[in-house]
Ligand binder design. Structure first.
Ligand code: AMP
Length: 215
């Protein structure tokens, strides 16, 4: 299964992608995670990427395509892959076609998680995590018992730099303007597109995805 998991920031691509990866026994490749690893490692690439990420803007295509080319060509992606957060614009989608042609692979489907903007903002801007133990909360949906403190280890909860409300608004604008046109691109290419209601529970969305992809 060679799949693109598509949808706005906060649609649940990370959570659903991880579950699908387990279901189909193939890796989830998240360009956001690859970039955050580079930021944490403090590499030149990470320092460059961080400026764009904190502003809610897209990181330049050349940086992203280098990361994707390396990962898709690697051993673990040979049985299949789930792309999460890539492609983010039509130029990236065109470049992905070239990479797949070179690797003699083709896409099986694009799965779209549909979620309204208001829910996206609550999900992302409400997200808090514990740097000490990695636990994740949401001030609206899964608040910690004591505001600002981790239930598991008592650590102080923090908000990711690009999760602030004004940055989330910008990420949504970028999604509508640059990323959504990618769907029409795959429509023209004849790649099957499967829409799923991403506002439901994690279990419901996963069940819908699996049945949409297995038929
Ligand atoms: P994500 O975790 O997928 O929401 O990505 C977090 C941030 O990383 C985005 O807001 C972008 O700044 C950057 N990013 C991730 N994937 C891409 C991509 N394919 N193209 C450009 N920027 C990206």
């Amino acid at each position: 299964m060679n799949l693109i998991l598509f949808g706005p920031p906060g649609a649940g691509k990370g959570t659903q992608g991880a579950l699908l990866a387990r279901h189909f026994d193939i890796p989830r490749i998240s360009t956001g995670d690859l970039l955050r690893d580079a930021v944490r490692a403090g590499s030149g690439l990470g320092r460059e990427a961080r400026r764009y990420m904190d502003a809610g803007e897209l990181v330049p295509d050349a940086v992203i395509l280098g990361l994707v080319r390396e990962t898709l060509g690697g051993e673990s992606a040979q049985r299949g892959f789930i792309l999460d957060g890539f492609p983010r614009n039509v130029a990236q989608a065109e470049a992905l076609n070239g990479i797949l042609r070179f690797l003699h692979r083709q896409l099986d489907a694009v799965a779209v998680l549909d979620v309204a903007d208001e829910l996206v903002i609550k999900r992302i801007a409400g997200r808090r995590s514990c740097p000490a133990c990695g636990a994740v909360y949401n001030v609206h949906f899964e608040p910690p018992q004591t505001p600002g403190r981790c239930d598991a280890c008592g650590g102080e909860l923090v908000q990711r730099g690009d999760d602030r409300e004004e940055t989330v608004q910008r990420r949504l604008e970028v999604y509508r303007a640059q990323t959504e046109p990618v769907l029409a691109f795959y429509g023209r290419e004849g790649v099957p597109i499967r829409h799923v209601d991403g506002s439901r529970s994690v279990e419901d969305v996963q069940a819908q995805l699996v049945s949409a992809l297995e038929t």
